[in-house]
Design a protein around this ligand. Sequence first.
Ligand SMILES: NC(=O)c1ccc[n+]([C@@H]2O[C@H](COP(=O)([O-])OP(=O)(O)OC[C@H]3O[C@@H](n4cnc5c(N)ncnc54)[C@H](OP(=O)(O)O)[C@@H]3O)[C@@H](O)[C@H]2O)c1
Length: 287
Amino acid sequence: MLSVAIIGTGNVGCDLLLKVIASPGLRCELFAGRRSGSPGIALAEQHGIPTSTDGIDAIVAAAGSFDLVFDATSAADARRHWAILEPLGLSMVDLTPANLGQLCVPALNLEACIGERYVGMVTCGGQAAVPMATCFGQATVGLEYLEIVSASAALSVGPATRANMDEYVVTTERATHEFCDVQTNKTMLVINPAEPGTVMRNTIAVAATEAVDMEALQSLTAAMEKRIRAYVPGYRIVMPPVVAGDRILMTIEVEGRGDWLPAYAGNLDIITCAAVTLAEAKAGAIA
Ligand SMILES: NC(=O)c1ccc[n+]([C@@H]2O[C@H](COP(=O)([O-])OP(=O)(O)OC[C@H]3O[C@@H](n4cnc5c(N)ncnc54)[C@H](OP(=O)(O)O)[C@@H]3O)[C@@H](O)[C@H]2O)c1
């Protein structure tokens, strides 16, 4: 068992906590926030997990009790937290787009991240779309431009996520650049206020003038879907790559497990499942 702590008791922190509790390889020693009225603190107490509202001070005070801290606060706070935790010898799996160092998308580079002390989990749109973007890169000779548009239900997008829009775009575009063989890329995020909430959707598009081998793209994306479904069961291609007018595009949907928010909030699961997969791999490596 790998002992962990979570800081941040919002949408991402709560969904992550429930997945850590369900993981046979992880044990949550502390769930830290900054507000006693936070529904996340009540959730952790219901599950018998130790809690604190002293934020990073509580993490520092209990630092000997765990090896890894998941950060689910905000990009600015995560940067500050890592500056405090690094000298203490702890590891951090960062679910904010703080964009500090090594980026991890388990379907693409899990092994390379296991030994890293700081790992950023990119963004929800990045976890969902970048693996498919790499398929476009592999199936195209000299891919010039690729676009990612992700849409999440407004009910699942907390205040910290809304404050981190710029960081979301910059980090997703960096991940696309690092993992995908494409000259230029662009990321967009749609926050959909429809009620009931709509399932998280991601569209990846390139111009129809690009030299894409459609047969190779179909088989690469189908294989990638299988790899991701191994750790995010609700991940599915709803529209395989097609030529539509002046574009070649595909659409992916991510349905969540419905742990903290209803199943439409796959934007939580895609990053919390990825973070748990990395932590479990670290636990396995230590064992
Ligand atoms: N929602 C998504 O779809 C999604 C997906 C992937 C990644 N992310 C990223 O994950 C992060 C959290 O997003 P979210 O939607 O969960 O936001 P959220 O619901 O606003 O949650 C953030 C939580 O962190 C707490 N917090 C902030 N600063 C803190 C500090 N210094 N110490 C302790 N607690 C602190 C907040 O406390 P209060 O309750 O007191 O405000 C809140 O409970 C963001 O960086 C976002 O970009 C979000």
